[in-house]
Design a protein around this ligand. Structure first.
Ligand code: UD1
Length: 430
C-alpha cells in the first residue's frame, strides 16, 4: 500500500493546474445513459472514482472511447466519448456501488430511459449513515414503484415517469441530480423545490440542456423541467474542481506561500475566500485563475460552519481545520451536513493540534507548531487535511492508506512538489 512522506516547513510558490471536478464528472457520466447518441465529456480528471464509474457504465452497455486529438496534456484533463446505444443491463451490482456511493446516480437515468432499474443500496460510509430516502421519495413522486429486495432498490415505471412537484425536506446534491436526470425524460412538467444549487448541479443541468433537455431556473433552488421524449448527442466541458481549488488555497495559506491556481473560478469558492479573509489570507482573481497568499505574519483563527452551496462546503471542513491548527487564537468549526465527519481530529491531534469536539462543533486552539508523525487517512477529504498538516509540521509525516486520496486528488504529490513541497509517494508494500 502506498504512503505519502512529507518533510514540512517549505512555503509553496508557483502555479498549480486545477483539474476537472470529480463531483461534476460523475453525474455527467451517468447522464450518458439517457441517450442512444454519444456524449463527449472534456476535462475529465484521471482519478480512481472516474475509473469506477466507467466500469459501472461499461457493464450497463456504455461504450467508452478516448477522443483523439482533444487531449492537450495531463493538466487539461482527458476527453472521452460515452455511447449508450443500447442498455445491456439495468442492474448496478453491489460490488461496484459499495466502492463508490456516486454509483447510485445511475438509478434516475436508467429508470427514465428503460422504465426499470435495479441498483444496490450503497450502505454506510466513513462519514455517516448517508441514507438515500430522498432519491427514492422523489422518484416515487414521479410515478416510480420502488421496492427494496435483497439489498437492491428495484424501481419500475413501465408506462414511463410523469412530471410532478417535489419539495426536498433537506438539501441533497445526489438526490437533486438523480431527480433532474429522471425528470428530463418524464412526461410533462416537474418542479423541484429546495433543490441543491452546487456548481456541479448547474454543470449537469447545462449539459442536459445541451443534450436537448428543457430545464429552467438553473443556479437557483427551484428547477423546472419540461420533459422531452428523447435526448441527443452533445459535447460538454467539465467545470474545474472547486474542492481541489479550496484545498490548494489552504495549502498556500498554511505554508505562508504564494500560489496561482490555474483555471480556478472565484464564483465557485466565494464562501471559502470570505472565510479566509479575516484569517489574513488574500484570494484574488488573476488572468488565468486565482492567486492566494497570506497578507502578513501569522494566520488568525476564524469560525466556519459548513452549509449547502453557496455556503462553506463540507468537503473543505477537514482542510480548514488543518489550516486553523496553527492559526493565532481559536476557531470554531461546525459541521452541519454529515454527522460523523471529524475522523481527522484524532490524527491531527497526534501531530500536536489542540482540538476539542463537542457534538457537531470542533474548537481548534491554534498551536505554534505541529510535529510530524505517522498518521492514517480515513476518508478522501480527511486524508488531504493530513497532508496539509504535514506541509507545515516540523519533521517528517507519513500518511498511510492514501488510496482514499487517489479517489479524488489527481497527482497531488507531483503538484505540491512542483511548488516546492518536500513530498513523495513511497511504496509501502502490501
Ligand atoms: C455529494 C458529494 C460529496 C459532498 C456532499 C455534500 C458527490 C459525488 N459527492 O454527496 O462530496 O460531501 O454532496 O456537499 O457529488 N441525505 C439524506 N437522504 C438522502 C440523501 C442525502 O438524508 O436521500 C443526507 C446525507 O446523509 C447528508 C446530507 O443529506 O447528511 C447531504 O447529502 P448529499 O447532498 O446527498 O450528499 P451526496 O450527494 O451523497
Amino acid at each position: 500500500m502506498d504512503k505519502i512522506l512529507i518533510r514540512g516547513g517549505a512555503p509553496l510558490s508557483g502555479a498549480v493546474p486545477i483539474g476537472g471536478a470529480k463531483n461534476a464528472a460523475l453525474p455527467l457520466m451517468a447522464a450518458s445513459l439517457l441517450t442512444a447518441e454519444p456524449l463527449v465529456l472534456e476535462n475529465l480528471p484521471d482519478l480512481a472514482d472516474i475509473t469506477t464509474m466507467s466500469n459501472l457504465l461499461a457493464q450497463h452497455g456504455v461504450a467508452i472511447t478516448p477522443v483523439k486529438g482533444a487531449n492537450c496534456g495531463a493538466a487539461r484533463g482527458r476527453t472521452l466519448e460515452f455511447s449508450a446505444r443500447t442498455i445491456a443491463s439495468t442492474t448496478a451490482p453491489y460490488d461496484l456501488v459499495r466502492r463508490m456511493r456516486a454509483s447510485f446516480l445511475v438509478l434516475g437515468p436508467l429508470l427514465a430511459r428503460c422504465g426499470e432499474a435495479r441498483v444496490s443500496l450503497p450502505g454506510g460510509c466513513e462519514i455517516g449513515t448517508r441514507p438515500v430516502d430522498l432519491h427514492i421519495k422523489g422518484l416515487e413522486r414521479l410515478g416510480a414503484e420502488v421496492e427494496l429486495r435483497e439489498g437492491y432498490i428495484e424501481a419500475k415505471a413501465p408506462k414511463g415517469l410523469r412530471g410532478a412537484e417535489f419539495a426536498f425536506p433537506s438539501v441533497s446534491v445526489g438526490a437533486t441530480e438523480n431527480l433532474l436526470m429522471a425528470a428530463v425524460l418524464a412526461e410533462g412538467e416537474t418542479l423541484l423545490v429546495n433543490a441543491a444549487r452546487e456548481p456541479e448541479i448547474t454543470d449537469l443541468a447545462a449539459c442536459l440542456n445541451a443534450m436537448g433537455a428543457r430545464i429552467d431556473g438553473i443556479g437557483s433552488d427551484r428547477l423546472t423541467i419540461n420533459g422531452v421524449s428523447s435526448l441527443h448527442r452533445a459535447r460538454h466541458r467539465v467545470i474545474p474542481d472547486r474542492i481541489e481549488t479550496g484545498t490548494y488555497l489552504m495549502a498556500a495559506a498554511a505554508t505562508g506561500g504564494d500560489l496561482t491556481l490555474l483555471g480556478a473560478r472565484l464564483d465557485h469558492v466565494e464562501s471559502v475566500a470570505r472565510a479566509l479573509e479575516p484569517a489574513e489570507v488574500v484570494v484574488s482573481e488573476v488572468a488565468d485563475g486565482l492567486r492566494v497568499r497570506r497578507r502578513n505574519g501569522r494566520l488568525a483563527g476564524v469560525d466556519v460552519m459548513t452549509e449547502p452551496f453557496p455556503g462553506f462546503p463540507t468537503d473543505l471542513q477537514a482542510q480548514i481545520m488543518a489550516l486553523m491548527a496553527t492559526a493565532e487564537g481559536a476557531s470554531m468549526i461546525t459541521e452541519t451536513i454529515f454527522e460523523n465527519r471529524f475522523m481527522h481530529v484524532p490524527e491531527l491531534m497526534r501531530m500536536g493540534a489542540n482540538i476539542t469536539v463537542h457534538q457537531a462543533s470542533a474548537l481548534v486552539r491554534g498551536v505554534k507548531r505541529l510535529m510530524g508523525a505517522p498518521v492514517m487517512a480515513t476518508d478522501l477529504r480527511a486524508s488531504v487535511s493530513l497532508i496539509l498538516a504535514g506541509l507545515v509540521a516540523e519533521g517528517e509525516t507519513v500518511v498511510d492508506r492514501v488510496y482514499h486520496l487517489d479517489r479524488g486528488y489527481e497527482r497531488v504529490e507531483e503538484k505540491l512538489a512542483a511548488c516546492g513541497a518536500r513530498i513523495e509517494r513511497v511504496n509501502g508494500g502490501a
